[in-house]
Design a protein around this ligand. Structure first.
Ligand SMILES: [Zn+2]
Length: 308
């Protein structure tokens, strides 16, 4: 009987899934994340999605990328702000409904697995994958090992504190990289710039997100360009610190913010060139993800494959 391997990436807005049969992608699916309806609803939606993707084939394993703090060994989501989850035994709950093993890991680490297996970091033993969207997360591969830490919490690059007097972060601290340079932070600063500069392009938009700020900056709007320059200066500093710490060959920038391409990569390269140490800056290449929003599902698939 044919078997299916399934990868699923749970985001705050959408859940994406992909199935592989005989080494080839056999199905893809995308549904809305009904996080507000509670964990039981999301789990029921996951069961339905898995069955749809498997299309009657026996399910070999499911890999799941989850935004939040996890105990991957016990298959528990300890907490997730994006999903509103606390102590959800996701592997057990899903596994008994679909009768197959369910492996989980943090979404940022899963994205790194995606870059490793299908994206920019193939055959690379030392790289960092930064995912910049609502928040900022990192998957760090060092000497061929994906770093997980003592309790599955390594790689929280978004909470690297760069300015202790800076804006408040969701984690309770101030001036974390995420509070300075995530899509959420850029949108917030864009709204403030619009209010302070009524003649700016930003003030013409009534729904300012990071993409609007990048587009206005590209079009030559000074207020928007200032917001982008400030955020990218912080991001570059964060990356320079990571480059000094881990001496990676490659830094892959993914997530929604990475879609701004050179507007992100060029200032980050400049900061790394300025602040990273000689050997580290000479080793590293900084690039954006080629997988766009698919790094998570490919990574989840790789997680399932490794779990076999
Ligand atoms: Zn923080």
């Amino acid at each position: 009987m044919q078997t299916a391997l399934i990868g699923i990436d749970i985001g705050g807005t959408n859940i994406q899934g992909v199935a592989v049969v005989d080494g080839k992608i056999s199905a893809r699916g995308k549904i809305a994340t009904r996080a507000r309806q509670g964990a039981a609803t999301v789990i029921a939606d996951l069961v339905e999605l898995v069955h749809k993707l498997a299309a009657g084939k026996k399910i070999q394993a499911v890999g799941l990328g989850i935004p939040g703090l996890l105990d991957a060994e016990r298959g528990i989501c300890i907490s997730s702000c994006n999903l509103g989850w606390q102590e959800v035994h996701i592997s057990r709950e899903l596994s008994r409904r679909i009768d197959s093993p369910v492996l989980i890991d943090n979404d940022a680490r899963v994205a790194a697995l995606g870059e490793w297996s299908q994206g920019q970091a193939q055959n690379c033993r030392d790289f960092i994958c930064l995912t910049i969207g609502t928040g900022i997360g990192a998957g760090i591969v060092n000497d061929g090992h994906l770093l997980r830490g003592a309790r599955w919490s390594a790689g929280e690059a978004g909470h690297m504190i760069l300015d202790p007097h800076g804006p408040e972060c969701a984690c309770g601290n101030k001036g974390c990289l995420e509070a300075l340079a995530s899509g959420t932070a850029i949108a917030r600063q864009g709204r403030a710039a619009a209010a302070a500069n009524p003649s700016s392009l930003l003030a013409k938009s009534n729904d300012i997100d990071a993409a609007v700020v990048f587009a206005a900056a590209q079009a030559g709007d000074r207020a928007a360009a200032q917001v982008v320059a400030t955020a990218m200066t912080w991001l570059g500093l964060g990356v320079a610190n990571l480059v000094n710490l881990f001496n990676p060959r490659l830094v892959v920038i993914g997530g929604g913010v990475s879609l701004a391409g050179e507007q992100v990569v060029a200032p980050v390269r400049a900061q790394v060139h300025r602040y990273a140490m000689k050997v580290q800056r000479e080793t590293v290449t900084i690039t954006t993800s080629s997988l766009r929003d698919a790094a998570g599902v490919y990574g989840a698939l790789e997680l399932a494959r490794r779990g076999l």
